[in-house]
Design a protein around this ligand. Sequence first.
Ligand code: PRP
Length: 176
Amino acid sequence: MKEMIDVMITEAAIQKRIEELAEEISHDYHGLTLSLICVLKGGVIFLSDLSRKLAVDVEMDFMDVSSYGSDTVSSGIVRIDKDLARPITGKHVLLIEDILDTGQTLSRLIRHLTAQNPASLKVCTLLDKPERRVAQDVVPEYIGFTIPDNFVVGYGLDYAQKYRQLPYIGAVRFEK
Ligand code: PRP
């Protein structure tokens, strides 16, 4: 089977929404230094574009996690493969994700980061798939687009590690 990609959210729509989010975030954190924590690998393109539109001082750090279980339905076990390089105690932290799906990744990360007593901890996700949510405790402050339960790629998101570099979000369709 070959996969075909249908454009779902255009490059222009993504960039416009990022400008809106950046304005809102810059307003909310006015006068503060914001610690952006990117969840690898998918979040890196969003972090890169969003951070360059922010009008506040930012610091950046990265975490990498992996989920166990079958390929599409997460088992809920999330292992931290790479932790922060610097502590976040007393800092204003914004977690940057490409997609919030079952919520299990962010739920685990929020528990892990809260233990360090940041001054604040919020979530910014480009995409939200609320239909798939399992972890009800994850409520993102900033959402780019709410999408239906399609298999999406591009703008950081992969299918078998491919398509992360696409400048748009595409829905994957399989053809014989
Ligand atoms: C994706 C995405 C989130 C997570 C969301 O990462 O980047 O981190 O899944 O899913 P959840 O809400 O069901 O936990 P993935 O494990 O595909 O890793 P990648 O970013 O390195 O591709």
